[in-house]
Write a protein that binds this ligand. Sequence first.
Ligand SMILES: O=c1ccn([C@@H]2O[C@H](COP(=O)(O)OP(=O)(O)O[C@H]3O[C@H](CO)[C@@H](O)[C@H](O)[C@H]3O)[C@@H](O)[C@H]2O)c(=O)[nH]1
Ligand SMILES: O=P(O)(O)OC[C@H]1O[C@](O)(CO)[C@@H](O)[C@@H]1O
Length: 866
Amino acid sequence: MELGRDSDTGGQVKYVVELARALGTMPGVYRVDLLTRQVSAPDVDWSYAEPTEMLTPRTTESSMQELGESSGAYIIRIPFGPKEKYIPKELLWPHIPEFVDCALSHIRQMSKVLGEQIGGGQPVWPVAIHGHYADAGDSAALLSGALNVPMLFTGHSLGRDKLEQILKQGRQSRDEINTTYKIMRRIEAEELSLDSSEIVITSTRQEIEEQWRLYDGFDPVLERKLRARIKRGVNCHGRFMPRMVVIPPGMEFHHIVPHEGDMDGDTERNEEDPTPDPPIWSEVMRFFTNPRKPMILALARPDPKKNITTLVKAFGECRPLRELANLTLIMGNRDNIDEMSGTNATVLLSILKLIDKYDLYGQVAYPKHHKQYEVPDIYGLAAKTKGVFINPAFIEPFGLTLIEAAAYGLPIVATKNGGPVDIHKVLDNGVLVDPHDQQSIADALLKLVSDKQLWARCRQNGLKNIHQFSWPEHCNTYLSRIAMCKPRQPQWQRSNVGFENPEPNSPGDSLRDIQDLSLNLKLSLDGEKSEGTGTFDNSLDSIERKSNLENAFLKLSNGIIGGTEKASLMEKAEQNVSGSRFPVLKSKRYIFVIAVDCDSVSDIPKIIKTIMDVAGKENSIGLILSTSLSISEVHSLLISGSISPLDFDALICNSGGDLYYPSTSSEDGTGLPFTVDLDYQSHIEYRWGGEGLRKTLVRWATSVNEKKGQIVSEDESRSTVHCYTFDVKEPESIPPVKELRKLMRIQALRCNVIYCQNGTTLNVIPVLASRAQALRYLYIRWGMELSGIVVFAGESGDTDYEGLLRGVHKTVILKRIGNTALKLHSNRTYPLDHVLPFDSPNIHHAEGCSNEEIRSSLRKLQVSKE
Ligand SMILES: O=c1ccn([C@@H]2O[C@H](COP(=O)(O)OP(=O)(O)O[C@H]3O[C@H](CO)[C@@H](O)[C@H](O)[C@H]3O)[C@@H](O)[C@H]2O)c(=O)[nH]1
Ligand SMILES: O=P(O)(O)OC[C@H]1O[C@](O)(CO)[C@@H](O)[C@@H]1O
């Protein structure tokens, strides 16, 4: 690993690689995939372009174990974002949905492969998905929603805390910080991770109490209260908190041999010892006038928060310390400071200036290069000189370097802010200091290098206790926590499992199953009615006539049919569905998704007709309508434009709260020619606050009305099971969307709040539901290729607009559509340009909404109908 190469290659990289490797050797774990970005850029190592890399187990014991085909731990590199270009983490946001789409396709593919190998032909679905750091938290949330599997999250370093620390330093304004670090988008990703995760893993208790508590979506007191309510079986009124679990990271101990000798002592390498000194030693020692003095070692990325400058000042201004010890600063690798990122270069330059200011030549080493395999030798050298390791960071979430130093027999001086407090409790191998207090840093270092007994005691304590930081131990606790999560998987896969072993009157004969069967049989009926031919007649051989099928449907609904008969009926219906209507989505070359949020709803039919006209009558293009409107509003709209619902393959309504398919019958009781997808409903159900959420929203509306007059009211007629809709009379007077989101999160209500239709409507839907996620569902459910999608959107739109433009699909932005909606975005927590990939070749701005202008955009996007 190239640790410390830049601000993206820190401790988290080592943590996740070692965790994946360790998990891959645990009994009960078949396969671990560590997904990351594939980078094929000339300025990074060639191995970053390798699509797959196996992480070989460290211990011979585990490598001796019988491994199954495709089992073990792997790094999977997913290509996304601009080709051949390295992108720092702060600039990745516009590309995250593309990663999600590609990752989804890898996971689906892998689940099929594993299904063939070990799943008896049934796809083997992931047990859990774990996001590490904010960007992966965002991705994992979308993936866990699309796959319907439990999510875990580890922050490693948290945005709110970083923001506070930088503000405290007073060098940058909030806006400047946001421009440099895109920190508000990152914080939103961390909030979403709280909304979506079942478990948040932290390295220390401090991370929970001091850092996570800064977030809207987490409150340690409320968390305890909700946990107690769940234990007592008391209603939580739709409120959810992720479970926070402290599991410190481990160490790989296989290569650790603490140096026993000192620079002058008997155990020093003697003349007969054939092992030469590690080359990195001379790289360091060449800086020193007297290399035998105890070495104070700091090893950290040249990031301002690591506070190396205070350390250099403390050293420079403390005469006795300078006389007694040398200082070694390992700050990543560099060829040319001018080519380093702005903040890293600034740190390095200020350190060089301080060295010059205090005239520390001959006393401070700051080598340009080191390899990761040389890091143990650097700790070893410091230990050999009876030196001390120091981490003076303003705040350190955990601090891998501290456990590394302890493992190599080095006492520590560490910041009292963050993880080191917990580490010190376990290891008791040094002194904690206030990182802002230069004098106390110098005092602590001086004490440890001058008091030989204290030094020896700290070294021994560290070595004695370091084994408490063990990966196998970490993995045991981790896996036991995952095992406690309620298993989640797509509803239709559960039905499949049921088929293999249909027990008469088994507990599986639930209302849900009946609904499933009903939907599938109904779809079968629709299939016959609308298509007339196809596999319908052949596959339903035991139910010869359509009327029999209708009877069966009724019997199922009334609970008369159950057990084996139901299972067999279900299987036939399922085969029929797979054989007729829905795979149509899969076979389409392109799917046109009409997601325009027009200034006036009445403008939509005209746009739909133009796009339909462009699509032509060929079967190779599917059509989906994606809107904030309810299904009955959609129906009226289509009628008003003389458009047949049957021209669509699917209709995403209520901002993604519901998914419908057109149908020639109307058995839903709504009188409308659509069938609701019940599997989708169960798919997005996660953390839906239901009645508790609705009541809170109504209370919020009342309080807004008390202040501003009657401007917002619940609209029961447009609300559905998974979408609470509110009418807004004066959009400019109601609080911005970010405030309502915050209010919900503070109350532990997890939902997706969308201001739509120019702010005249407010839709509240499940947290992992959205118009963009509905497309991912169609991919997972029916195999609809995401790369074949062309989304038609306006220049602006509802507050879920950003989701429509990003991913592997292509987008045509129609000029002058949805302009009024722009005001909905004026009060966002982060600017749209931090998340929209406007330079993407997948996006094209059409000059207008005419047939020719749309055709021209499609040509530019290389979408051809053939
Ligand atoms: O020039 C360098 C600098 C660092 N490292 C290594 O990089 C890692 C740095 O990890 P850490 O000291 O933990 O700091 P960060 O890079 O900031 O890592 C983040 O993620 C870690 C894992 O969750 C947490 O321990 C940290 O607190 C958090 O800030 C260690 O293994 C170092 O040995 C190098 O090899 N060379
Ligand atoms: O300064 P930030 O953005 O909080 O990032 C620190 C994180 O970045 C990394 O260096 C690389 O992802 C991690 O090791 C660490 O978790």
